[in-house]
Design a protein around this ligand. Structure first.
Ligand code: ADP
Ligand code: GN1
Ligand code: MG
Length: 368
């Protein structure tokens, strides 16, 4: 987002019903997709904090339906939180309405913006601080899925069609290799081979969905560690955020994407792939938390497929990073040259390590 677009922030702020006078705003967080700002408003002695986000409408092409999804899911969760005696202002996202009562506003350039109450006293981590954080996040994502089991799935719009359809991602990748618009394919021959060697496995989950062996559920679909807030005082998972991709999906996607990000011993974009491996202790603690959170709601086939969920999500994410590298880095935000290539390599190194540890991954699921 350039400075000119940033100028539109003021327009968006004026259209949203924030309390007090806007004092300052700064870029915030480490998401790859939306433009996120932390906004401070002052009302006399009182300070109000907000999250202001420009929804990436090139990726989420129907922001109105997307916001309808989020409004529906958060009000559904809010009722449950209140019934359970929880804090509805901290345990789910709260949309700040526009002055004319909508869940979003548009600026004069056609950008879509939304506001959320800022959740204070809690943190999103880019790296697992201690195993308990990861256990807590597994429990919370499992519980989230369990709670949404009662949500009317037909009311949800698919915000990105085929989001975790790995075979479709693979087709897009092959096309990107063929077209090679940036002339980068020769730089990644080894990575292309890595993908093609595993092409047969890409359909493992989607085939089971088609056959009816795996059930379609309401899932989050982007369960990385920095999409969950951990309470600074209690150390418990407080709030699941980044609800843009809530839509019908497979339970193993939510399990798998968390493992992909959180059980990696290195960062997602670590340039030194020798640091990448699957931490089995972290994989185990997350599995325990997730299964506890699901409270027995997973079928045997879903449980059996959890390791494959981890592998597929890691493989698919690597394929998506590599596709973006080939297409000129137009999807994921980058902050250095070859950033998407570094990300690709970490994902593939993690897949390779999972292949070595496969028997352990399966045995761990059987323990819980
Ligand atoms: P993206 O889709 O780009 O990943 P997110 O919705 O995940 O955007 O937001 C990016 C970051 O902003 C999060 O990782 C988190 O640190 C922070 N954030 C988002 N919403 C809130 C909130 N309501 N309160 C506090 N921090 C938030
Ligand atoms: C993106 O929005 P963010 O940063 O939480 C992406 C995920 C990827 C992830 C990789 C809508 O997540 O699918 O797994 O980056 N989100 C979208 O870090 O594409
Ligand atoms: Mg995010």
């Amino acid at each position: 987002m350039g400075d000119a677009q940033c100028g539109k922030i003021r327009e968006a702020i004026d259209l949203l019903s924030f309390e007090g006078e806007p004092i300052s705003w700064e870029r915030y967080g480490s998401g790859h997709i939306n433009d996120t700002f932390r906004l401070v408003c002052r009302d006399g002695e009182k300070e109000h904090l907000y999250i202001l986000q420009r929804i990436n409408h090139e990726i989420f092409t129907d922001p109105v339906s997307l916001m309808r999804n989020i409004a529906g899911v958060t009000s559904f969760l809010r009722e449950k939180i209140i019934a359970q005696g929880g804090d509805p202002y901290r345990e789910t996202l709260n949309i700040v309405k526009s002055r004319d009562g909508k869940d979003y506003v548009t600026d004069s350039d056609g950008n879509y913006w939304r506001g959320y109450l800022f959740i204070s006293g809690a943190t999103c981590f880019d790296k697992v601080r201690n195993p308990d954080d990861f256990y807590q996040s597994g429990k919370a994502f499992g519980h989230f899925q369990r709670q949404l089991a009662e949500y009317p799935a037909e009311e949800l719009t698919e915000t990105i069609v085929n989001f975790h359809n790995t075979p479709v991602r693979l087709e897009t990748f092959k096309k990107a290799v063929e077209e090679d618009v940036c002339g980068r394919a020769h730089l990644v021959e080894e990575e292309i081979k890595f993908v093609m060697d595993r092409a047969d496995e890409a359909g493992a989950a989607m085939n089971m969905l088609k056959e009816g062996t795996l059930p379609l559920r309401v899932t989050h679909n982007d369960t990385k560690l920095n999409n969950i807030m951990i309470d600074d005082v209690t150390g418990e998972a407080l709030c699941i955020i980044d609800l843009d991709t809530i839509m019908p999906g497979l339970s193993i996607f939510d399990f798998g994407d968390s493992i992909r990000f959180g059980a990696n011993t290195a960062d997602e974009d670590e340039p030194d792939v020798s640091l990448v491996s699957l931490s089995l202790p972290l994989y185990e603690i997350y599995t325990k938390g997730f299964l506890e959170g699901c409270q027995g709601s997973l079928t045997q086939a879903e449980r059996d497929m959890l390791p494959m969920g981890a592998k597929l999500m890691t493989f698919e994410c690597g394929v998506r990073f590599l596709t973006d590298f080939l297409q000129g880095d137009t999807y994921f935000r980058i902050s250095r040259e070859n950033h998407n290539l570094d990300r690709t390599r970490t994902q593939f190194a993690l897949v390779a390590d999972m292949e070595k540890k496969w028997a352990d991954m399966e045995a761990i699921v059987c323990k819980y």
